[in-house]
Design a protein around this ligand. Structure first.
Ligand SMILES: [Zn+2]
Length: 333
């Protein structure tokens, strides 16, 4: 088995090619495997029947109007690809997000995609499996990125919303379209019971979450009920863009992202370090639970994470800098 960086990972086993979230044009020679519906992971989604979970397919239909064919599988499915098998496993990042485990005679290679190793209000934690080789995301793969407990962040968001309403403002969130928006809506539904008004784009994604069993309650901007709620100001707004919210109240904007741990967002009234990714500790825990002999890191702090994993006894390198095909046969590394 060999692996190389092509914007994502290209895995070669005998004459079979499998491309995981790869951004580069591979001229239809590889089976494309999409880990989840975020924009930076679906660059080549229109190429030759990519493999994805049924939830990801439905999300892409809602977001991108995807109508073409795809190899759609349930989470947990095993797909035979030439002499290898690909197993899909929950990644805990957003609805339908999956890790892919490539199983062949030389061992198992796990491609994590974006992962979260803790339960949230809308997702279950990523599952580890024993893997001989692993490609792990490194978005927050640097020791200063340790997030507070999610419940602590949740309670700070709840308090901020209550404070806004108490002082006569309307609390509004700019949030990622898929995942974070739904988590914020669920948080307000469960902890506060205040009505939530959402943008049309967020509503379309919420419909997919609801289709797969997540209860979400909200009003879509533009409806008579939503207009009335915004006028009264007794609601929370969640959108994927900052817009002019039609209300006479002062609108206070917040953003919820892991980057809030380190960076200032000066145009916002409040920031909350709520991430759909594993933090540094979570990434280390996930790698140690999978116990691979060789780890490649990808995206974000890939160099830093690879160096730290090396110090912890793994053979590790940043996939981006590993360059051309790297040997992964037993005994070579
Ligand atoms: Zn993502």
């Amino acid at each position: 088995m060999k692996v190389s960086y092509k914007g994502g990972a290209l895995v070669a086993y005998k004459d079979t090619l499998m491309a995981f979230d790869a951004a580069e044009d591979l001229s239809g020679k590889a089976l494309r495997c999409i880990t989840h519906a975020h924009a930076d992971h679906i660059m080549r989604v229109n190429e030759s029947n990519p493999l994805m979970t049924v939830e990801t397919f439905e999300l892409l239909r809602a977001i991108r109007g995807l109508e073409r064919r795809a190899n759609v599988v349930e989470l947990g499915a095993v797909v035979k690809v030439g002499p290898a098998r690909i197993r899909t496993m929950n990644a805990g990042h957003i609805l339908g997000s999956c890790q892919y485990a490539v199983e062949c005679d030389e061992g198992t290679l796990l491609f994590s995609g974006d992962i979260n190793v803790h339960d949230t209000l809308v997702t279950r934690a990523a599952e580890p499996i024993h893997a001989d080789f692993m490609v792990v995301e490194a978005t927050y793969g640097e020791p200063s990125f340790i997030f507070p407990d999610r419940e602590v962040v949740y309670s700070k968001i709840v308090k901020w919303i209550c404070d806004c309403i108490k002082d006569g403002s309307l609390p509004a969130f700019k949030a990622y379209l898929v995942g974070k928006s739904q988590e914020l809506i669920k948080l307000v539904n469960e902890y506060l019971g205040i009505p939530v008004v959402v943008s049309g784009a967020v509503a379309r994604v919420c419909e997919v979450y609801k289709k797969f069993g997540l209860g979400l309650s909200y009003f879509c901007m533009g409806s008579a009920d939503a207009d009335e709620l915004l006028r009264s100001g007794e609601c929370v707004y969640v959108g994927n863009r900052r817009v002019d919210v039609p209300t006479s109240r002062t609108v206070k904007w917040a953003i919820a992202t892991g980057w809030a741990l380190k960076y200032r967002f000066e145009l916002y009234d409040a920031t909350f370090p709520l991430s759909s990714h594993a933090d540094f500790k979570g990434l280390i825990e996930h790698v140690e639970a999978c116990m691979p002999r060789v780890v490649y890191t990808m995206h974000g702090y890939s160099m830093q994470l690879a160096r730290i994993l090396e110090r912890r006894g793994f053979v590790a390198a940043a996939l981006e800098s590993a360059g051309t095909l790297a040997p992964l046969t037993r005994g070579e590394m």
